[in-house]
Design a protein around this ligand. Structure first.
Ligand code: C2E
Ligand code: MG
Ligand code: MG
Length: 637
């Protein structure tokens, strides 16, 4: 009896430690020792009972049992704080589990499906009570839709892949049915069998509501290490949007989005609306889905371009420019690899946009290359130096006279900024003004020009009261809220006759914001400043816009000035503009007159005023002061 009872107790003592084995296998290392000792303690009690049952009173074995028991007691006593923390960690886990806003699930793999073990209240809410413990997850959840990255892979495959790799995976899927929306799931395998998932609804967060494509935020998610980036910008889109209305504009954008989504799906990448009329196509290096190997990025870009050009809605169509970058980009070192890829593609795109010759792929698609990298580096350098306040001390204004071409009398001048950088030498405004425009530094520069030019004009008006001076401003200025106020303040402060101060503006960039542009021009007109279109003929506008903006003066670009009467086209264009100037009443200046023959020809076409190397190159203020004082005439007839 004694033996049987003791034996039964001993058996229980042997089994109890075994029930703790799963805990030992899954618990954190911190408590391994505690668990092990506890198991050994119980086990040694079992040994003790066995010995008693067998009346085997061996002092040695009793001492061993006692030793193990006390070791356990001591270790457990010394690890009280650690255990307390551990307990609190459990509480914390429980709290984040219960109170989290993200849905959390614990699933176990059973065959080719996952059985739900536990889900938190948020998960119940998000899934609208459709899921409960014991449910088969993949059976219950519809597979994600086809047009969502990663394509054509069922959810269970993705989950199993995560389980097999042992690595956390981020999945994103759209689901339509009892529940609909876009969800992002983080899948973390806890053991070969156990999967922990958190999920949040991201509808509207990473998607563009109009086109249904991803928006820029998706780039932060690092879905994949993208190797190829196509940066697409629509040509003439703003014009269509302004002239034909936003509804048509939206339809065109949706059609373009459709083209990009198709390409993204074919090449296993994603399509992103970067904002406005800019899109991105991000593709992996090679097509992981055999048998088709991934075509060259340029071939994909060409196909995208052709598909976009083929779009026609209510007679309206758009063009596109595409910048392509692929592989490892070693410029822009400080940036992440995805940003480098984007920057490279964007730089290539800007280059493609500069080249407006035709709609053919060789003009509209530009691949990032070493030359672009060099140019980009130069831009970054210019940017860095321009940003330094000290660079203002390196600016000065050159003045190029504008003459009455018959008499050679100087009637006015144009102020042209010069930058003699101590680090870079002389940098042309054609090079640094675009950089300043891109970085917003142009506002500071314009203000500097305005101040100095006005100060100079005040002095010259004392010598020659009818003298007019003009400055160049970037079209971007007109979008700056403070610009008009600043001009007003400066003009008033200078004490000059404002109708002798001119603002030259090119039509570049008008379409970024047509209303603002018109508003800005009106503001300048209200101050009775002279408004001049610069480089007329080179921009996108033309005669219709000329009427709309009511400029006071048109400066015909050097490109259109004929060198002899045999340049029939140029002669015809200049004549047409001259006829128009009589009709709508604006004055004319011929730019870039270099030869006497050009001056004569322009005079015969009824142009009175001219500017160019024939009369004078841009000069210092001191030199022009001397000319004005002496009443010098330049290259008179
Ligand atoms: P722009 O306003 O059309 O200025 C005329 C440009 O043509 C000047 O170049 C001038 O030196 C050059 N030029 C004048 N006559 C002749 C000629 O007979 N033959 C040739 N080949 N060229 C001639 P510059 O000074 O290099 O300025 C280039 C452009 O930079 C300007 O074109 C203007 O758009 C911009 N720019 C200059 N200063 C400023 C400024 O203060 N602010 C802004 N926003 N832009 C400026
Ligand atoms: Mg100018
Ligand atoms: Mg010009």
């Amino acid at each position: 009896m004694d033996i049987a009872a003791n034996g039964a107790i001993a058996a229980a003592y042997f089994i109890i430690p075994l029930t703790l084995l799963p805990l030992l296998l899954t618990a954190r290392r911190d408590i391994w020792l505690n668990l092990l000792l506890m198991m050994m303690f119980i086990f040694s009690c079992g040994v003790g009972h066995t010995l008693s049952a067998m009346h085997f009173h061996n002092a040695f074995w009793h001492w061993v049992t006692a030793g193990v028991s006390w070791a356990a007691v001591l270790t457990l006593l010394t690890s009280q704080t650690r255990l307390r923390y551990l307990g609190e960690t459990f509480n914390l886990l429980e709290a984040t589990w219960e109170q989290a806003l993200t849905g959390k699930l614990l699933c176990q793999r059973v065959g080719d499906d996952l059985t739900m073990i536990k889900l938190n209240p948020a998960a119940r809410v998000i899934t609208k009570g459709l899921l409960k413990p014991g449910d088969r997850l993949c059976e219950k959840m519809p597979t994600h839709r086809q047009r969502v990255y990663p394509y054509q892979v069922s959810l269970i495959e993705l989950y199993l892949a995560a389980l097999e790799s042992g690595e956390p995976k981020r999945l994103e899927y759209q689901y339509k049915g009892e529940i609909s929306g876009w969800y992002m799931t983080l899948v973390t395998p806890l053991s070969p069998e156990l999967l922990y998932m958190t999920f949040t609804e991201v509808s509207g967060v990473i998607h563009d509501p109009l086109t249904g494509l991803y928006n820029r935020r998706v780039l932060e998610m690092e879905l994949e290490a993208w190797e190829v980036c196509l940066f697409i910008d629509l040509d003439r889109f703003k014009l269509i949007n302004d002239q034909r209305g936003h509804y048509l504009g939206d339809e065109l954008l949706k059609a373009v989005a459709g083209v990009l989504q198709d390409h993204a799906q074919t090449h296993n990448g994603i399509a992103v609306r970067n904002g406005g009329d800019e899109f991105l196509l991000l593709l992996p290096d090679s097509n992981p889905m055999p048998p088709e190997p991934c075509p060259m990025p340029v071939a994909i870009a060409t196909s995208v371009l052709e598909a976009i050009l083929a779009i026609e809605i209510e007679g309206a169509s758009v063009g596109a420019s595409i910048g392509v970058a692929s592989g490892t980009i070693d410029a822009f070192e400080e940036d992440t690899s995805i940003n480098r890829l984007l920057q490279a593609a964007e730089t290539a795109l800007r280059e493609a946009k500069r080249n407006r010759r035709s709609n053919s792929p060789q003009h509209r698609i530009q691949v990032w290359n070493y030359n672009l990298a060099r140019r980009r580096l130069r831009q970054i350098t210019l940017e860095a130096y321009l940003e330094q306040r000290s660079s203002e001390a390196e600016f000065w204004l050159a003045y190029q006279p504008i003459c009455n071409m018959t008499t050679g009398a100087i009637v006015g001048a144009e102020a042209l900024i010069r930058w003699d950088s101590t680090h870079l030498g002389r940098v042309s405004p054609s090079e640094f003004i675009p950089v300043a425009e891109a970085t917003g530094l142009v506002h500071r520069i314009s203000d500097w020009v305005l101040c100095h030019a006005l100060e100079q004009l005040a002095q010259w008006q004392e010598i020659a009261p009818q003298f007019t001076l003009s400055v160049n401003i970037s079209p971007l200025e007109l979008e700056d809220d403070d610009f008009l106020e600043r001009v007003m303040e400066r003009v008033m402060g200078a004490g000059i006759a404002s109708n002798h101060f001119g603002i030259e503006i090119t039509e570049r960039g008008i379409y970024n914001n047509l209303d603002r542009y018109l508003q800005g021009l009106q503001g300048l007109r209200d101050m009775s400043l002279r408004l001049k279109v610069d480089d007329f003929g080179m921009g996108q506008s033309g005669l219709a816009q000329l009427l709309q903006f009511r400029f006071d003066e048109v400066k015909v670009d050097r490109f259109f000035i004929p060198t002899n009467a045999q340049n029939l086209e140029k002669v015809a264009i200049c004549r047409a503009i001259a006829n128009l100037s009589e009709g709508i009443n604006f004055s004319l200046v011929a730019e870039g007159i270099e030869q006497a023959s050009q001056r004569d020809l322009m005079l015969s076409l009824n142009y009175t005023y001219g500017q160019g190397y024939l009369f004078s190159r841009p000069m210092t203020a001191a030199n022009l002061t001397t000319l004005l004082r002496e009443g010098t005439c330049l290259a008179a007839l």
